[in-house]
Design a protein around this ligand. Structure first.
Ligand code: ZN
Length: 309
């Protein structure tokens, strides 16, 4: 089979505690736009909140299932343990100053592969990473740099990402009881690709992960269209992955599989996108329900806690 490259990340989905604190933090502190307010399609009594850049581009989308009574989650082997936003150097310095002024709870900066990284605690205590990258950007966080996958054994996941997804190893470092292998989409990339880095991390400290508030549920890579997604599906099946059929997620089509290290992966399509049921100027304003739940709208609106942006 000819070699093919993944198009970076589409979105990252995490679990949070009560929704209002989550909305306040990501819209007011992290400057993200709430681009869609909908429900968990498998559990319509729970919100599914989507944040992104102003135009809700793939690679900028962070989503949460907020549970008012979620127990605390914790990353461990077989889970994504962090996501990181990219920031240009000057913007990184500006953010450092701003975090100090605002009295935000943050760690760092530390250095990772020669780049500065700071970690800001979200309301559930999960760490949002900011990575300094070359070049300039806007002051708004405009998409992901990377995700970190915590694994007991880096090999099987590395092989999947390099042999099937077309990533290349670009760095390896060990410090503070952690081994980190950096993989990236190689070569000349489309300019609109974001989140083209995946770090595979192994910790010397034994731990058991637990899904809950503050943990990452899954990581979604990006297919440019349905045909691209079906091609990825064939490639994954051909190496023995158990991949779901295509599932309609209203704003994209999705396939899911558990990669060999245990992390839940998704491949999501760019189309139809978040303007499917709201104009760009009004993204995130109304509660949007898929057709199968419209008949229950009144009841769903009664169950969901009100949130204001
Ligand atoms: Zn997803």
């Amino acid at each position: 089979m000819d070699k093919k490259r993944m198009n970076g990340l589409h979105h990252v989905t995490a679990i949070s505690g009560p929704p209002q604190a989550n909305v306040d933090f990501f819209t007011k502190i992290m400057d993200q736009r709430l681009v869609k307010k909908t429900v968990n399609f498998d559990d319509p009594g729970t919100y599914h909140l989507y944040y992104g850049n102003h135009t809700a581009d793939p690679g900028t989308i962070l989503t949460f299932f907020p549970f008012a009574d979620a127990g605390p989650g914790r990353a461990g082997p077989g889970m994504a343990s962090a996501y990181a936003y990219a920031l240009g150097q000057k913007d990184f310095d500006d953010w450092m100053g701003r975090m100090a002024l605002d009295g935000l709870d943050f760690d760092g900066p530390e250095e990772r592969f020669g780049q500065r990284v700071v970690k800001i605690a979200d309301p559930d205590g999960a760490k949002v990473e900011l990575v300094e990258v070359d070049g300039t950007g806007g002051p708004m966080l405009d998409g992901f740099h990377s995700v970190t996958l915590q694994l007991d054994d880096l090999g099987p996941t590395q092989r999947l990402l390099t042999d099937v997804f077309g990533y290349e190893e670009v760095g390896h470092e060990s410090k503070a009881g952690e081994e980190r292998l950096r993989l990236a989409v190689p070569g000349d990339m489309r300019e609109d690709l974001r989140g083209t880095v995946v770090d595979l991390m192994r910790s010397d400290t034994p731990s058991i992960g637990r899904q809950g508030a503050g943990s990452i549920h899954h990581v979604a890579f990006r297919a440019l269209n349905d045909e691209d997604q079906l091609d990825w599906r064939e490639r994954l099946l051909s190496v023995g992955m158990q991949v779901t059929p295509v599932i309609d997620r209203q704003y994209f089509n999705a396939i899911y599989f558990r990669e060999p290290g245990g992390v839940l992966f998704e491949i999501a399509t760019d189309p139809p996108g978040f303007t499917r049921d709201e104009e760009l100027a009004h993204l995130g304003e109304d509660l949007k329900l898929p057709a199968q739940y419209e008949a229950s709208r009144a009841r769903i609106e009664q169950i969901l806690p009100p949130i204001t942006v």
